[in-house]
Design a protein around this ligand. Sequence first.
Ligand code: G3P
Ligand code: CA
Length: 269
Amino acid sequence: PVHSARAGSALRPAVVAHRGASAVAPENTLEAVDRAASLGTLWVENDVQRTRDGELVVVHDDSLRRTTDVEEVFPGRAPWRVKDFTAAEIARLDAGSWFGPDYAGVRVPTLTQYVDRVDRNHQKLLLEIKNPEIYPGIEQEVLKLLGDEGWLDERHLANRLIVQSFSADCLQTVHQLVPAVRIGLLGMPALSDLPRFSVFADQINPSYHALSQAYVAAVHELTGPHGRPMKVFTWTVDDAATARAVAGYGVDGVITDRPDVVRRALYWY
Ligand code: G3P
Ligand code: CA
């Protein structure tokens, strides 16, 4: 059969490894990036926060407790918030054993280490600024690091980097600082609010739970800040049936802990 492309949507959605290939390796680690690469996944998603001494690190929760051995290493430091630890302290933590013994000793990566690995693997990056309200000025720091590492070069901006957040304020700041950066707004705003978000957001990234073909079509009707139809990347889709359903809605990206499962569901090659 011949497929016809819909305006503003990919014929087949991009597959994005959520926190890396986080079903098969500890989330937000270099190992999860490499596993995504070995499964043929072009895009990886990660979560960025800031240490007490200003290092940008890749970790999802605002506390280190769930994904490291911080409770054992620093027993008196509850609630073990990322912002209360130095980069040197976080570098001592084991971020792999909670996931499985094969990953003992895996570290929390700095953002610099993380983007270097993504680059070395020839992958693309969907970078989430997590909890920006806890980290005043983090937008500028993320952009500075990305610039220093070459990620703001013209050839990367259009097709290799998306910065996303649940915070529209954070994203507006990113857009004001470096207008060329592609931006994704997490969540599912009311249709009536989409035009004002289209001023700075290239895409809307909702959970798949309430998503519909009509919503995706409404997003595609809008033009983003870089003159292209707005896109939709949806999360977190971990089974074949849901992957096929959201692909049928016309989404442009599928964010998944199981890129192997989603790829198999959507691509025959
Ligand atoms: O990329 C979408 C997704 O990462 C947003 O939710 O909690 O996994 O960061 P969360
Ligand atoms: Ca995330």
